[in-house]
Design a protein around this ligand. Structure first.
Ligand code: TXA
Ligand code: MG
Length: 340
C-alpha cells in the first residue's frame, strides 16, 4: 500500500472535500507523510508510534535527529497516556494546563511513558505533547489509534508554513500529500512549557503568555531565557527559519532610517511606514515594502507569509522592523531566527 504514495509526487487535498479525509487516513496508517493544518502553522504529520514513519519525517525535512518532535492527539485522556504522570505535582500541573489551554497553541513537555519510540523524543526522557485546534485535523486525530508527530511542515532552516502553498515551496515531492485548509489563525508555533515535579519552564515563547500559565497554575514560571535578553541590533544572526534571500537583518524602529533609501525589501508595520514616510519621504521606486498589520497578533499571523513573499524579490537585503508591544516576545523570537 505505501508504495502507492511514492515520494516523487505530492498530492494536493482539501479540507473542504469530504472524500479527501479517507485518503489522509490511508496515507497515515501506511507510514506516509501528510502536511496538516493546525491553528499555529501547518505540521508534517506521521504515525507517532512508528519509528519508520518518524524517520521519514526527519529525512523529508532534513531535520537533525537530535531535535525532538511534538506528539499530537485529540483528547486529554490520550495525551495523558503518553506521559508518566506518577508524580502528583506533575500530574496536577498537567491537568490544569490541559483543561485550560487545550485544544490550543500550548505544547506540554513532561516525563514520557517508556513505550514511545525513541526517534520521536530524540532519545530524551521527556516527551512534548499538544492538542491542536483545527476542526479537520482533530477529526483525523480522532479516527486514529496512534498520535501524530507534527513538526512544522517546512525544510529545516526555512520559515514555517502558514498556508498550504508554503508547504509545497519546500516539501513538494518530498511528502505524500498536503491538506489545504487556508491560512493558519495564530501564525507562529505553539508556546512550549516544560513541567516536572520541581519546575515549570517556558522552552519556546508563543502566543500563550507566561503570565497566563502562572495564573492557571498559581505559581511562578521560569521564563524563556532566549532572544529577549540579547541586544536586538542590526546584524543579529540566527540560522533557523532563515528565508532564502542574501542578507536578513533586524532593525528597531529608530535604526531603520539608515536603510530607508536602499533597494531593500522592508517588512514593517503600517504605522512605521507612515511615520517614516512623513519624515524621510518615499522609498526608492525599485525597493519593496511589505506592509503588515499594526496589531501584534495579526502581525504574527502574516509574518511567515511575508518572509516567503520576500523571497520572490531578487533584492540584496531583507530588513525587518521589530514590532513593539507586550505580545511581541514570541514574534521577536521568530524574527530574530530569520535574521542571518
Ligand atoms: O505549533 C506547533 O508547535 C507546531 C504545530 C505543527 O503543532 N509544531 C512545531 O513543531 O512547531 P517543531 O518540530 O517545528 O518544533 C518543536 C519544538 C522544538 O523547539 C523542539 O526542540 C521542542 O518542540 N521539543 C520537542 N520535544 C521536546 C522535548 N522532549 N523536550 C524539549 N523540547 C522539545
Ligand atoms: Mg519547526
Amino acid at each position: 500500500m505505501s508504495l502507492e504514495y511514492h515520494q516523487s509526487k505530492t498530492i494536493q487535498l482539501s479540507a473542504r472535500c469530504k472524500n479527501d479525509l479517507p485518503t489522509v487516513l490511508d496515507i497515515l496508517k501506511n507510514d506516509g507523510l501528510v502536511a496538516l493544518p493546525t491553528e499555529t502553522v501547518y505540521g508534517l504529520a506521521a504515525n507517532g508510534f512508528s519509528s519508520a514513519a518518524i524517520l521519514k519525517v526527519f529525512k523529508a525535512k532534513d531535520r537533525p535527529a537530535n531535535n525532538p518532535l511534538i506528539l499530537h492527539t485529540d483528547n486529554i485522556e490520550k495525551a495523558s497516556n503518553l506521559f508518566d504522570l506518577s508524580k502528583i505535582a506533575t500530574k496536577n500541573r498537567f491537568l490544569k494546563l490541559a483543561h485550560m489551554f487545550w485544544p490550543g497553541p500550548l505544547t506540554i513537555v513532561a516525563k514520557k511513558r517508556s513505550h514511545l519510540p525513541k526517534e520521536a523524543t530524540a532519545g530524551l526522557e521527556q516527551v512534548a505533547v499538544r492538542i491542536p485546534q483545527n476542526e479537520v485535523t482533530n477529526k483525523i486525530l480522532s479516527c486514529l489509534d496512534f498520535p501524530l508527530v507534527m513538526p512544522s511542515a517546512n525544510l529545516s532552516t526555512r520559515p514555517s508554513p502558514t498556508r498550504a502553498e508554503h508547504v509545497l515551496k519546500t516539501l513538494d515531492g518530498r511528502i505524500d500529500a498536503v491538506l489545504d485548509d487556508g491560512p493558519c489563525l495564530v501564525g507562529i508555533e505553539s508556546t512550549v512549557v516544560r513541567i516536572d515535579n520541581d519546575v515549570v519552564e517556558i522552552l519556546r515563547p508563543g502566543m500563550i503568555q507566561p503570565t497566563e500559565i502562572e495564573t492557571c497554575l498559581d505559581e511562578p514560571v521560569k521564563n524563556f531565557a532566549g532572544v529577549a535578553k540579547a541586544p536586538l541590533c542590526p546584524g543579529q544572526s540566527y540560522l533557523h527559519y532563515s528565508p532564502n534571500v542574501c542578507v536578513v537583518k533586524l532593525y528597531s524602529k529608530e535604526d531603520i532610517d539608515e536603510r530607508w533609501l536602499y533597494d531593500d525589501v522592508i517588512i514593517a508595520q503600517k504605522n512605521i511606514f507612515s511615520q517614516k514616510e512623513k519624515i524621510l519621504g518615499s522609498r526608492p521606486k525599485e525597493s519593496v515594502s511589505i506592509i503588515l498589520n499594526d496589531d501584534t497578533l495579526v502581525f504574527a499571523q502574516e509574518l511567515y507569509s511575508a518572509l516567503y513573499q520576500a523571497e520572490g524579490y531578487p533584492k540584496k537585503q531583507l530588513s525587518i522592523v521589530k514590532p513593539e508591544g507586550s505580545e511581541a516576545l514570541a514574534v521577536l523570537d521568530r524574527i530574530s531566527r530569520a535574521v542571518r
